[in-house]
Design a protein around this ligand. Structure first.
Ligand code: ATP
Length: 452
């Protein structure tokens, strides 16, 4: 029996309450200037000699009822961010507000009510469940810790939660090792839902699971959200998981958000070169498009160390568009389009923000060798087209005669975009065929039949 069957969510029992406080769309969580620097200590006196700048100034909001996806390469600070907003870690600086209340430095007693409202689902369903406890004990633990007595008793409520996540309530007395990976993650989800939270932070909830099981757990999370009005922050290392579940997506690079946009906008017109590179690594499911020679951007080298991140734009050491200003000046996370914020001097699919800066850094020239020529040509074309459209719009809005304005503005951007990119194209030779860069074996859930 596959787990698929189990993805139905029974109606809530009379005793259970739905999240009612924040109306859908209202800001539930607000993060401002959030930082976490882990000190590096050395010597007998344990003197601080530096710091790992895991999270280095995040600003974002999570609205009630939405799913915010957070993506980025390993080590960019996603998990640290998740632990900060659930207050499992103390921030170095910045502010976290939950339902309008400042929770940044709440103590143990102040945190008690918040522990009910904000829950976390962890990546590894094998190590996050105590092997010596029955699943009844594991899922019932939050009630005991919070001193909550659910209507009908803990056992009844745990059994209800088991059926909510698609597991057999009769398996209350079984141990974690008797379940498959997908089922264990369902147990983790049931535990997270026990206290009827408002915000659930899921840190790589499916990356430890087989591909076939991943979709089932993602569907379960989706169904639970619709049924219970949950708000999610879902952390993943690539875009293939979050693209199906997120309303908005934040792309992180070296402790910072480089792009934050509505999901569809991000997929249609990514603006940060790093987003574009991440997207080009996602396998294309459409077999007709698979055969076409698709552009794939291979980023050169590893993510730089968060102990001493690069100056200016942190991505400049791996970006094929980087110019001098990228090395010296950090671009702000600016809303260049409604619903799309990006931190880039030379964004994709948009007017160049620093058109006067056309000389490529040598690192950019090297990176360009890894970027397919088609990507560079397309990038120049779309940037020029968008620039022309923006110029046209603003000319129309100003009521000015169209042609002189348009030709002037688009001319500037077009020249800069083309010259910059054509400079790159000269050194770009590589054109990659599409192909899966990731993927674990798509084997069946070994113990799927223990479900029912
Ligand atoms: N407790 C800690 N002490 C020191 N450094 C830490 C600690 N926790 C995380 N880091 C460092 O902070 C940086 C960000 O780590 P984090 O786990 O948040 O990244 P991530 O994007 O979630 O990566 P992954 O997907 O591999 O978990 C990494 O360089 C990591 O080594």
């Amino acid at each position: 029996m596959s787990e698929e069957k189990a993805v139905n969510v029974p109606a809530q029992s009379a005793g259970a309450t739905l999240t009612e406080d924040a109306a859908p769309g209202e800001v539930l969580l607000k993060v401002t200037g959030l930082q976490k620097h882990f000190p590096i200590k050395k010597g007998l006196l344990q003197r601080q000699v530096g710091a790992v700048r895991a999270v280095d100034g995040l600003d974002f909001e999570v609205r009630s009822g939405e799913t915010l996806g957070v993506v980025g390469e390993s080590g960019c600070g996603k998990s640290t961010m998740g632990r900060l907003i659930t207050r499992l870690l103390e921030p170095t600086a910045g502010k976290i507000e939950f339902e309008g209340k400042d929770i940044t430095h709440l103590g143990v007693s102040g945190m008690r009510p918040l522990r009910r409202d904000v829950q976390m689902i962890f990546q590894d369903p094998y190590s996050s469940l105590n092997p010596r406890h029955t699943i009844g004990t594991i899922i019932g633990a939050p009630f005991r810790l919070q001193g909550v007595e659910p209507e009908g008793g803990v056992k009844k409520e745990v059994q209800r939660l088991l059926s909510v996540v698609g597991l057999n309530p009769e398996h209350y007395n079984r141990y974690p090792h008797e379940f498959s990976g997908g089922q264990r993650q369902r147990i983790g989800i049931a535990r997270a839902l026990a206290l009827n939270p408002k915000l659930v932070v899921a840190d790589e909830p499916v990356s430890a699971l087989d591909v076939s099981i991943q979709a089932q757990v993602v569907n379960l999370l989706d169904d639970l959200q619709a049924e219970l009005g949950l708000t999610y922050v879902i952390i993943a290392h690539d875009l293939s998981v979050v693209r199906h579940v997120s309303d908005r997506i934040a792309v992180m690079y070296l402790g910072k958000i480089v792009e934050l946009a509505d999901r569809d906008q991000l997929y249609r017109t990514p603006m940060h070169p790093y987003t574009k590179a991440l997207m080009s690594a996602v396998p294309i499911p459409d077999p007709r498009r698979r055969t076409a020679k698709s552009e794939r951007i291979l980023l050169k080298g590893d993510v730089p160390s968060p102990i001493s991140p690069p100056s200016g734009c942190r991505f400049h050491t791996r970006c094929w568009k980087a110019t001098e200003i990228c090395r010296t000046t950090e671009p702000p996370l600016a809303e260049l389009r409604p619903g799309q914020r990006v931190a880039c001097h030379h964004p994709e699919n948009f007017e160049d923000q620093q058109p006067q800066d056309t000389v490529l850094l040598s690192a950019a020239k090297e990176a360009a060798e890894l970027v397919a020529e088609e990507v560079l040509a397309e990038s120049a074309e779309t940037s020029a087209a968008v620039a022309a459209e923006i110029a046209k719009d603003s000319a129309e809005a100003a009521g000015a005669p169209e042609s002189p304005e348009v030709s002037k503005t688009s001319g500037v951007s077009k020249t800069s975009a083309v010259s910059k990119t054509s400079g790159v194209s000269e050194v770009s030779k590589v054109s990659e065929d599409s192909g899966d860069s990731k993927g674990s074996g798509a084997s069946e859930d070994p113990a799927g039949s223990t479900d029912k």
